[in-house]
Design a binder for this molecule. Structure first.
Ligand SMILES: C[S@@+](CC[C@H](N)C(=O)[O-])C[C@H]1O[C@@H](n2cnc3c(N)ncnc32)[C@H](O)[C@@H]1O
Length: 283
């Protein structure tokens, strides 16, 4: 495997002779990586998403190593529909798509959609579609959601402006499938004024916004005045904070939530074991 990697890396460097023809250069590098991924899929038994991201050249595999190895455990769908906001490469021609390529090979039976404010249609393949989208536009986000109906995984790696990240989450959460997972990356911008964040942890700080939602997994225990505040998010099952990122998972409907009232009923005969805590049981 190591020898193959050395050969491929050498070939990639060699083909830089095509630098003048950016499209050709991109296609060659992309296809060589595809070949490498095919071999990797054949010979690697412990599949780690971070390895796929590293091979594709995305910094996610190092920056969010732990998070991206936990993530596949949380996704129930065998053929997930995945949306990533932020394809990469910004306005550089024929540049970007590294994380999309990794996801494409990790989820070979999935459908991958990349959204970027810049046209990245040169990346379009059989199971990889790109769309032009401004993640700060409610109209465009809804249009995207309506087109694909639902997503099993949404990754926000776009502008990194907390205001944009919040808008995307607020609009797209309703298009997240039951059991679906939403990831926001690069949330350190929430503490930076240059990104219109708020170091004082008020409005503008997205980490703070999500900490307020941290009661949502216990929504059945909340007083109505608190529940009102998070009515759109009461079906959140999990919120997990990482350094610079957050994972939110939507509850699966068949995971019935037992309220403390119901519990108290069923525990009537076991008075000593009465509890105020809610439980989640599989029906
Ligand atoms: C950090 S890069 C994404 C890297 C890529 N996900 C990866 O891991 O390889 C950020 C991308 O977000 C795009 N972007 C910036 N502002 C945006 C916006 N308002 N809406 C959608 N995409 C945006 C940029 O064009 C850029 O390509």
């Amino acid at each position: 495997m190591k020898i193959l990697k050395i050969i491929v890396v050498k070939l990639l460097k060699f083909f830089k002779v095509f630098e003048k023809n950016r499209r050709l250069n991109f296609e060659i590098v992309f296809r060589l990586r595809n070949i490498y991924f095919h071999f990797y899929n054949l010979f690697s038994f412990k599949k780690k998403l971070s390895d796929y991201l590293n091979i594709a050249g995305s910094d996610k595999g190092i920056k969010y190593f732990k998070m991206y190895n936990i993530l596949p455990e949380l996704i129930e769908q065998k053929r997930p529909t995945i949306l990533e906001i932020g394809i990469g490469g910004h306005s550089a021609k024929y540049s970007g798509g590294k994380s999309l390529q990794a996801l494409m090979f990790f989820y070979k039976r999935g459908k991958i959609i990349g959204a970027d404010i810049i046209d990245k249609s040169f990346l379009d393949r059989a199971n990889l579609e790109t769309v032009i989208l401004d993640q700060n536009s409610t109209y465009q986000l809804n249009k995207l959601g309506k087109k694909y109906k639902s997503f099993d995984l949404i990754i926000d790696d776009g502008s990194h402006f907390p205001k944009h990240q919040k808008r995307s989450f607020e609009v797209l959460f309703k298009y997240l499938s039951d059991g679906g997972v939403y990831v926001v990356e690069d949330m350190r911008s929430s503490y930076r004024k240059g990104y219109e964040g708020n170091p004082d942890l008020g409005k503008g700080n997205l980490v703070h916004f999500f900490t307020e939602l941290s009661h949502a997994p216990n929504s059945e225990m909340l007083k109505s005045k608190f529940l009102k505040k998070m009515k759109n998010y009461k079906n959140i099952e999990l919120i997990c904070f990482f350094s610079g990122a957050v994972i939110i998972k939507k509850r699966i409907k068949r995971h019935k939530v037992v309220s403390s009232k119901d519990l108290n009923q069923s525990f009537k005969s076991f008075d000593k074991r009465k509890t105020k805590q809610g439980y989640v049981v599989l029906s």
